[in-house]
Design a protein around this ligand. Structure first.
Ligand code: ADP
Ligand code: MG
Length: 454
């Protein structure tokens, strides 16, 4: 299939699936050419167009091209500003030309911030269920988990997750009308509408148009509505009902569980029961560590995994504070021109590093190698013979229990092993130690060498 026909097919699909504004502005003004066999270049008429298309519709284009052309296309984008792409029009599917005048309403996504995505959301035991529900919703909005009530304490990712739902739905269905608002905004806009409505009648309609015409309504921090005046709760109830009846997706977050929202209208809380409720807890050390690694990679700062894990281990806080701590360290290090080591972090954060005497990781690894008379490379290596497996597991056990190192970091240190391997290794030794006197003696000897008294 040639590039022209491929592009026609892509246009046909874009026309039916994307917002018509977007389709007209970016797809209709572009065309495709096949540079080499299997290499499709999308030629756009401006840089802006190119950015818009390539950012949001790369996979849309690739999937369509691959399906229609039955190939695994390499897709590239380029700009050609001089050439008016009007030539394209005669190659358009008939449907487009007929319908061009009557464009569908464009989609919208009010209130969403692009930084809150699923890609940047780290999943761990503390938020796994909520995340799974959220992703399922994006695949089938309004159909399965409706309403979705998400509750968690401050700084644990409610706003991030509810916005990620909105962003994902816009991405897959740009025609959807997504409305994100905090309960406070909802309230303020309502009050404004009521006040203005005294003069001109349309304001209240504007308010209703915004909220009641949503395909997806995302209300953050619903606890603000609880305890507010009857008018606010009443309006919220009716908005909620109208959308719910029309099978539109509703997601609500709160810092309290539904039953603790005692001041919220009973009619509203009882509606929650028809949907699904999930909570998020404080992240464990492994998740904290993964979050910080992600932040580090995004910020491109030079901090070793070991130091990141040290921060994660010590900062037993919510995620917002964890980010704060991290930022504090980076800022201080920049100002001081200092290298970010554990000691430096401890100093910045005021942790008494020396009060918690821990054995260093290298001390443990060296002691194990000497004791069992094996090489460091074999301890970290892949060979699964007993002479290496036992010392390896013993070092997992010692690292876990006496160096305060999280599983994930131990995995890295021991030749890039998965953290679940480390967990099993550690558990094996913990069990074996009870029945295997020889092993118990070995570990006691090692602890003595390392000056571990516990
Ligand atoms: P909440 O709304 O519950 O108070 P936020 O969603 O504002 O919390 O989260 C606070 C900060 O922590 C934000 O910067 C957010 O991006 C980040 N954050 C929260 N959860 C995660 C996660 N699972 N992975 C990565 N970053 C997260
Ligand atoms: Mg929030």
């Amino acid at each position: 299939m040639n590039a022209k026909d491929l592009w026609k097919a892509i246009l046909g699909k874009a026309e039916t699936q994307l917002s018509s504004t977007f389709y007209k502005a970016y797809f209709l003004t572009s065309y495709a050419e096949e540079v080499n066999e299997g290499e499709l270049t999308i030629v756009c008429n401006s840089n802006y167009s190119k950015n818009q298309i390539s950012k949001s519709y790369y996979s849309f284009i690739k999937e369509t091209a691959d399906t229609v052309g039955k190939k695994d296309y390499k897709i590239e984008f380029r700009v050609e500003e001089t050439k008016k792409v009007e030539t394209n029009v005669d190659g358009l599917p008939l449907l487009t030309i007929l319908k061009k005048e009557k464009a569908a309403e464009p989609g919208s996504s009010e209130g969403l911030s692009p930084k809150y995505t699923f890609e940047s959301f780290i999943v761990g035991p503390s938020n796994r269920l909520a995340h799974a529900i959220a992703t399922a919703i994006t695949e089938n909005p309004g159909k399965i988990y409706n309403p979705f009530f998400l509750h968690a304490g401050v700084g644990l990712g409610k706003t991030h997750l509810i916005q990620a739902i909105g962003n994902k739905i816009v991405e897959t269905n740009p025609q959807a009308k997504i409305v994100y608002a905090t309960a406070e905004t909802f309230m303020n806009e309502l009050i404004e509408a009521i006040q203005e409505g005294r003069n001109k009648n349309y304001s209240a309609n504007k308010f209703r148009n915004k909220f009641r015409k949503a395909d997806v309504l995302l209300i953050d921090d619903i606890q603000f509505i609880a305890g507010r005046g009857e008018a606010t709760q009443e309006e919220f109830f009716h908005t909620f009902n109208a959308l719910y009846m029309a099978q539109k997706q509703i997601v609500l977050t709160s810092d309290k569980a539904p039953k603790e929202l005692s001041k919220l209208d009973q009619r509203i809380t009882s509606r929650f029961a028809s949907g699904v409720v999930a909570d998020m807890q404080k992240p464990d050390v492994v998740t904290r560590s993964a979050i910080l690694r992600e932040k580090r990679d995004i910020a491109k700062v030079d901090i070793s995994n070991e130091v990141v894990d040290f921060i994660a281990l010590n900062a037993e806080t919510n995620i917002r504070e964890l980010e704060g701590v991290f930022l504090q360290i980076i800022t201080a290090a920049r100002a001081d021109g200092a290298e970010i080591t554990k000691e430096y972090c401890a100093k910045v954060l005021g942790y008494a590093l020396l009060e918690k005497p821990v054995v260093t990781i290298n001390e443990i690894l060296r002691a194990v190698c000497t004791y069992y008379n094996i090489k460091m490379a074999d301890l970290k290596g892949e060979r699964r013979i007993k002479e290496f497996v036992i010392p390896r597991q013993v070092s997992m056990y010692l690292l876990k229990n006496y160096s305060g190192t999280p599983y994930m970091a131990i995995g890295d240190l021991l030749g890039g092993r998965d953290h679940t391997t480390i967990m099993h290794g550690n558990e094996k030794i913990e069990k074996k130690i009870e029945e295997d006197l020889r092993l118990k003696q070995d570990i006691n000897n090692l602890k003595k060498t390392l000056n571990i008294n516990a």
